[in-house]
Design a protein around this ligand. Structure first.
Ligand code: 5GP
Length: 187
C-alpha cells in the first residue's frame, strides 16, 4: 500500500497570486491535486461550478457544516468558504498529495487538527505591490476592493506562525520553492 498523500496548506492575502502559483505547482507535480472547496460567494465571470469552487447557497453551506462535512470553514471577505473533508481524504488515501488554498483563519483551524500538514504563506514582494495587483485585477467592486485591502493587512500580520514564508517575486520561482519544501517534509 502506498503512503498517505501529504497536505500542503497555502495561505496569503488576496491578490498575491495564490491561484497562479498553485497552477504552476500542479504542473510541476503530477501527484499533487487540489480538491474543490465550497463557497457561498457568486461565481466570477469565467468561473464554473465544480471547477473553481462548488458554489452553494448559504442554507446548503450551513446544512453541510452541521453534518460535519467540512475540515475547516471561514468567513472571508463576507462569504463562507469550507474545505470538504471527503474530497481531501479520498485523495490522500490514494497516496496523492493535496494542496489547499485557505485563508489564515481556516489554516489556524487546520493547524490544531492536522499536525502533519505543511503550512506555507505566500507573501507579496511589498504591500504596495499587492494593492496595485488588487486594483489591476478589476474583478471586484470598489466595496469588495476596500474589504479585501483591509483583509490583506490582517492576513499579512499572521505570516509569522507558518512553517515557511515564500515571496511571490516570480511565479515559477515561487512554485519551485514550494515544491522543494514539500520534498523536504517527511510524511
Ligand atoms: P477567492 O474568492 O478570491 O477565490 O478566495 C478568497 C479567499 O478565500 C482567499 O484568501 C482564499 O485563501 C480563501 N479560501 C478559498 N477557499 C477556501 C477554503 O476552502 N477555506 C478557507 N478557509 N478559505 C478559503
Amino acid at each position: 500500500m502506498s503512503a498517505r498523500g501529504r497536505l500542503l496548506v497555502l495561505s496569503g492575502p488576496s491578490g498575491v497570486g495564490k491561484d497562479t502559483v498553485i497552477h504552476a505547482l500542479l504542473d510541476l507535480r503530477p501527484d499533487l491535486h487540489r480538491p474543490v472547496a465550497f463557497t457561498t460567494r457568486a461565481p466570477r465571470p469565467g468561473e464554473i461550478d465544480g471547477r473553481e469552487y462548488s458554489f452553494v447557497a448559504p442554507a446548503e453551506f450551513e446544512a453541510r457544516r452541521a453534518r460535519g462535512e467540512f475540515l475547516e470553514t471561514a468567513r472571508v471577505h463576507g462569504h463562507l468558504y469550507g474545505t470538504s473533508r471527503d474530497r481531501v481524504e479520498v485523495l490522500r488515501d490514494r497516496g496523492l498529495d493535496v494542496v489547499l488554498k485557505i485563508d489564515v483563519q481556516g489554516a489556524a483551524q487546520l493547524r490544531q487538527t492536522l499536525s502533519d500538514a505543511l503550512f506555507v504563506f505566500l507573501a507579496p514582494p511589498s504591500r504596495q505591490e499587492l494593492l496595485a495587483r488588487l486594483v489591476g485585477r478589476a474583478t471586484e467592486s470598489p466595496e469588495e476592493l476596500r474589504r479585501r485591502t483591509a483583509d490583506a493587512d490582517r492576513e499579512l500580520a499572521e505570516a509569522g506562525w507558518y512553517h515557511h514564508v515564500v515571496v511571490n517575486e516570480e511565479v515559477d520561482r515561487a512554485a519551485r520553492a514550494i515544491s522543494a519544501l514539500l520534498d523536504r517534509k517527511p510524511t
